[in-house]
Write a protein that binds this ligand. Structure first.
Ligand code: ZN
Length: 183
């Protein structure tokens, strides 16, 4: 199965849109990589590791942090990419007006109610985030903080209640490697 031409057009449009919106943003990793590397990696993970071939999921993955981290509005996503994409992006976005600890708790609580598409993106996002915390953590993060980040993703992923797949097995392997490395 592959994408149709009009779907591929929207994938490229999403990359351009996200690149424009995240312009000037940096990740917190050691190299302060451009932020756009992250949504690219999440989409790549879904496509190449998860073998996800659903265009709405891939496009939403590329856009998944635009509501949270940029001035992008839901209406803007809807008019450019359609209401299915905008609703998936909304599902995977935290309410940034809430304090961090509450947002993290709500991610655990909301995980079981997410749509299948949103669950896939959440899982791929957590895979990319723990990869960074294991291999290229933010400069001031202690070992303890990195481990507790891994613990938190485990709670979110458990609550996604997904059946075994290439993506879930990949997450579990990476998590195990992470705990070994951070021992
Ligand atoms: Zn993300």
């Amino acid at each position: 199965m592959s994408l149709r031409t009009n779907e591929i057009s929207l994938v490229f449009k999403a990359f351009s849109f996200a690149a424009e919106k995240h312009i000037g943003h940096r990740k917190r990793d050691q190299k302060s990589s451009p932020y756009i590397n992250h949504p690219i990696k999440v989409a790549d993970t879904l496509w190449n590791i998860g073998e996800v071939r659903d265009a709405i999921t891939i496009i939403s993955a590329i856009l998944h942090d635009t509501l949270e981290h940029t001035d992008t509005t839901l209406r803007e996503l809807g008019s450019n990419f359609g209401s299915e994409v905008s609703s998936v992006v909304k599902e995977v976005s935290d309410d940034m007006s809430l304090p961090e600890q509450l947002r993290k708790r709500l991610q655990i609580e909301h995980a079981p109610q997410l749509s299948e598409r949103a669950k896939l993106i959440k899982l791929a996002d957590k895979i990319c985030n723990i990869h960074d915390k294991i291999h290229s953590p933010p400069k001031n993060w202690s070992l303890k903080k990195r481990k507790s980040y891994l613990d938190w993703t485990k709670e979110v992923v458990n609550n996604l209640q997904m059946k075994d797949s290439k993506l879930t097995l990949y997450y579990e392997r990476l998590l195990k490697q992470g705990y070994e490395k951070l021992k």
